[in-house]
Design a protein around this ligand. Structure first.
Ligand code: C5J
Length: 225
């Protein structure tokens, strides 16, 4: 398979699908559904739904090509030894990390709320990276996995655009990976933050990476197939 040329901002980017990973960030019930972490912070979780169908389409395309697919989940050990007290104590949520909510303990591994939403559930062979922080590289083995597979480009999508997607893109960019963000496959509780975060990625000649969308990525991949 040769390079696929993706139309993007600030300009086109040629990717080798064999050296590209699709990273789907935190499409968990805790962020997407009522009663989870996102809602405890006072957010309208329905604002994140727009990303689900575009991610589903991108996942289908990546699976057909045999691309590396990685799902991440933000959360903490049941004993919360990896939960920074400063994170747990922050703000005035209706429930704190570790409290028992309608989907089990908030943001705790193994609880129903920690699971990826059924529409985007990983299929056998796809990797899941559990992360205690916002970035997918911090305190995880993600970099090792990517280096072992000779990955040089990341397509990073999921929720929320300006928090975990952006942090992961910044971390990946600093580690030398080329990061492409499909705008329609990301969402935020704050639509204006979504827009600004995307602009920040591709400003200044692509200071953190490239911004495209699921349609342009899929048409580049199918033209190359
Ligand atoms: C947040 C995330 N927003 N996945 N996490 O706390 O973006």
């Amino acid at each position: 398979m040769s390079a696929a040329l993706i139309d993007a901002e600030p300009g086109p980017i040629a990717i080798d699908p064999a050296r590209t990973a699709l990273i789907v960030i935190d499409m968990q019930r805790d962020f997407m559904e009522p009663g989870g972490f996102g809602e405890t912070l006072g957010n309208d979780v329905s604002l994140l739904r727009s990303a689900v169908e575009p991610i589903k389409a991108l996942l289908a395309g990546a699976r057909e090509l045999g691309m590396l697919v990685i799902h991440t989940r933000e959360g903490h050990r049941p004993d919360m030894a990896d939960a920074p007290p400063a994170k747990v104590a922050r703000g005035a949520p209706s429930m704190r990390i570790g409290d028992v909510g309608p989907m089990g303990r908030i943001l705790i591994r193994g609880e129903p709320g920690h699971e990826i939403i059924p529409e985007l559930a990983p299929v056998p062979g796809e990797l899941i990276v559990d992360k205690p922080g916002k970035g997918a590289f911090y305190a995880t083995d993600l970099q090792l996995v990517l280096v072992n597979r000779a990955i040089d480009t990341l397509i990073v999508c999921g929720v929320t655009t300006e928090v975990c997607v952006h942090t992961t893109v910044r971390e990946g960019n600093d580690r030398g990976f080329r990061c492409v963000v499909p705008a329609d496959c990301c969402a935020s509780y704050f639509p204006e933050f979504h827009e600004t975060a995307l602009r920040m990625v591709c400003a200044q000649g692509g200071i953190f990476g490239w911004v495209s969308d699921s349609g342009r990525i899929l048409s580049a991949l199918s033209a190359n197939h």
